[in-house]
Write a protein that binds this ligand. Structure first.
Ligand SMILES: [Zn+2]
Ligand SMILES: [Zn+2]
Length: 152
């Protein structure tokens, strides 16, 4: 359950948390995008960065489709590099996205952003999809480490 540790790595010390102040030195419209996980203090000036950060609260959505490979990640180009380096025998043998995608993170991030679902609930559903994929493929490493993150 390393995700819980991850979410709570910033311990509440009881000291006042600086709230996102409106910046008086600019035109006053500098937006602040908060992480929508209640236990996470991260904030961003660009929603793109916030959305990318939200992935950290979800299991990795990409897996290497080879059953004996435990590689997981959340960036398509990193996976493609992994494939190239470890498995590719000839150019053009790259798996299609349906083969390495466990779930579509965009849908989840959109729902979080629209506040139709909490970060926690989203992670639960994403985990469910990881387990479903593990069962479908009989891929043990997905069951052993559903979050896909290294613990060391
Ligand atoms: Zn966060
Ligand atoms: Zn692999």
């Amino acid at each position: 359950m390393d995700h819980l540790i991850y979410c709570r790595r910033q311990v509440d010390t009881g000291s006042p948390v600086s709230t996102p102040a409106t910046s008086p030195d600019t035109d006053g419209s500098t937006p602040v995008y908060l992480c929508q996980s209640p236990s996470c203090p991260e904030q961003f000036s660009r929603w793109q960065d916030r959305d990318r950060h939200l992935l950290k609260h979800l299991p990795h959505w990409i897996h290497c489709p080879l059953l004996d490979c435990q590689w997981r990640g959340n960036r398509r180009n990193v996976f493609l590099k992994h494939w190239e380096a470890k498995h590719s025998r000839h150019s053009g043998d790259t798996p299609g996205s349906s083969e390495f995608t466990i779930y579509d993170p965009k849908v989840f991030i959109d729902s979080i952003r629209n506040r139709t679902i909490s970060v926690h609930e989203t992670a639960e559903i994403a985990l469910y999809l990881v387990y479903a994929k593990a069962n479908q493929l009989q891929k043990l490493s997905l069951l052993i480490n559903p979050w896909g993150r290294r613990s060391n």
